[in-house]
Design a protein around this ligand. Structure first.
Ligand SMILES: Nc1ncnc2c1ncn2[C@@H]1O[C@H](COP(=O)(O)OP(=O)(O)OP(=O)(O)O)[C@@H](O)[C@H]1O
Length: 285
């Protein structure tokens, strides 16, 4: 197997008494798309910052391109942070020129989809376009590794599909990708996944390994608030999607009993990624 681009072994980061990342190991190889899943505060960004060499680990071993993370290593990767790292008061073209200058000897073309916006201030274009621009800026120097922190949050499905086309094109060309996401459709597109909960990697493998064991029951009723409260009181893992009540990893008989006389239709449904993540977190303790 080719040498990993990222190799993290037993990595831990504490802030005072609080452990944000606890003994996490992961690798990303060339051409591989690895997804990092987890609720807000699970430790994903802290792990990424350590991988990039922006934050020293408290414990564990980390290698980026086979060496300790460093400025030289960072020059070989493209990073799209959650905040995108763009300058709102520069135009699209100026943003790319600025990044080109930082990396020297490169001239990133304005992506076709942004051609009509090249002279517009970045602060005035939509989030989907801003994300496309951040991708172009991250890819301009031909990186060997892409690190993407929630790259498509807040964008419409079409823009999301476009951004993922770019991710796949890069991976097909041998670029390794580490991406954090909350979306099932994105997790499906990863070769491997690592699920973090409260700093700990609680599950890893293919999507089926993470979602596979989880079941969900849609609880269809007009009295959704009463149903939610009854199930919650009975210790059922219960989630809400709008006013739709869903019982996760719960036995149908147990749900019926918990609902008592409340009229409701129960229907097995495919769990969402969030439901599977919450179920895995709960079973991990
Ligand atoms: N510099 C810091 N000092 C103290 N606590 C921190 C620091 N940075 C992060 N944390 C804490 O570490 C935990 C993990 O945060 P982190 O941002 O890594 O989570 P995350 O999984 O990336 O979440 P999100 O999806 O919201 O970005 C949080 O509880 C956060 O408050």
């Amino acid at each position: 197997m080719a040498e990993p681009l990222i190799s993290a072994s037993g990595v831990t980061r504490r802030f005072g008494d609080f452990t944000a990342v606890d003994d996490v190991s992961l690798t990303v190889g060339p051409g591989e798309i690895v997804g990092l899943l987890g609720a807000n505060g699970a430790g994903k960004t802290t792990l990424i910052r350590m991988i990039l060499g922006l934050l020293p680990p408290t414990d564990g071993d980390l290698a980026l391109f086979g060496s300790a993370p460093s400025r030289e290593g960072r020059a070989r990767l493209g990073y799209v942070p959650q905040g995108l790292g763009l300058w709102d008061d520069l135009t699209v073209a100026e943003n790319l020129a600025f990044v080109d200058e930082a990396f020297a000897s490169r001239a990133t073309a304005v992506p076709e989809a942004l051609a009509g916006s090249r002279a517009r201030l970045v602060g005035g274009i939509g989030l989907g376009r801003q994300r496309q621009l951040a991708f172009a800026a991250a890819l301009g120097h031909g990186p060997e590794l892409l690190v993407l922190d929630e790259p498509t949050s807040g964008v419409d499905p079409l823009s999301r599909a476009r951004l993922w086309d770019t991710v796949h094109e890069s991976a097909d060309a041998g670029v390794g990708v580490l991406v954090t996401t909350h979306y099932m459709q994105e997790a499906e597109q990863c070769d491997r996944l690592v699920l973090m909960s409260q700093g700990v990697a609680v599950a890893s493998g293919q999507l089926a390994d993470i979602v596979g064991g989880t079941t969900a029951l849609a609880v269809r009723t007009d009295r959704w608030q009463d149903a939610f409260a009854a199930l919650d009181d009975a210790g059922v893992l219960v989630m809400l999607a709008g006013t739709h009540v869903r019982a996760v990893d719960a036995d149908e008989d147990h749900v019926r009993a918990a609902l008592g006389g409340l009229a409701a239709a129960l229907e097995p449904v495919t769990p969402t990624l969030e439901e599977a993540m919450v179920a895995r977190e709960r079973s991990a303790g």
